[in-house]
Design a binder for this molecule. Structure first.
Ligand code: ADP
Length: 199
């Protein structure tokens, strides 16, 4: 199952709640960070390709410095992706293989819709909330409005996401409302899993 939603829609809140119900989470963002964490072969390869300026004094990746290089130059971006994407794919495959046989596996993919035509998920769950509410929630989390708006502008629209959704989670209410809705969705996911196993 693929889980997606625009920034601030409540995707992380939903995935946390699904994990509490027993889902097995494959978190794309987290894996992308892990493959370049300090001491990793991924980070060593990135530093070898782009030079020591992409490392901070603590030896961790300096994302801003790397960003300045790769956002200015398509070839650099491709080079970075040629290092990180295979590592990310391998780690995702490992995480999927480690899932329990009857597990409900959830892929948290922020840019699922943006990355092209509907990829191979059995089911796509989309979280949505009105734009103003998302901006307010993000501001409360410390993300300035202009930055949040810039990211939203670079992401797919609600309509584009809705067009691929099998299940829509409306997160315009309270966190309790969200938990209640996720509990329903969890039951539906279990039913679908059992139906698929029986088929
Ligand atoms: P995303 O992962 O989609 O960017 P998050 O799950 O991190 O979004 O939610 C954005 C912020 O809004 C977080 O600080 C979260 O705690 C808060 N939030 C999410 N859903 C609700 C809700 N229903 N009511 C109040 N705050 C919420």
């Amino acid at each position: 199952m693929g889980l997606t939603g625009g920034i601030g829609s409540g995707k992380s809140a939903v995935s946390e709640c699904l994990v509490a119900h027993g889902a097995w989470l494959v978190d794309a963002d987290r894996i992308a960070r892990e493959v370049v964490e300090p001491g990793s072969p991924g980070l060593a390869a990135v530093a070898a390709a782009f030079g020591p300026t992409v490392l901070g004094p603590d030896g961790a990746l300096d994302r801003e410095a790397l960003g300045r290089i790769v956002f200015a130059d398509v070839d650099s971006r491709r080079q970075l992706e040629s290092i990180t994407h295979p590592l990310i794919r391998a780690e995702m495959a490992r995480r999927i293989a480690a899932a329990p046989a009857d597990g409900v596996v959830i892929h948290d993919i922020p840019l699922l819709v943006e990355s092209g035509p509907r990829p191979g998920y059995d089911l796509i769950v989309v979280v949505e909330a009105p734009r103003e509410l998302r901006l307010e929630r993000l501001a409360r989390r410390g993300l300035p409005r202009e930055q949040a708006e810039a990211r939203m502008a670079a992401q797919a629209s609600d309509e584009q996401r809705r067009a691929v959704a099998d299940i829509l989670i409306d997160n315009s209410g309270s966190l309790d409302d969200l938990r209640a809705r996720v509990a329903e969705v969890w039951l539906e996911l279990l039913q679908r899993r059992d139906a698929a196993a029986g088929a």
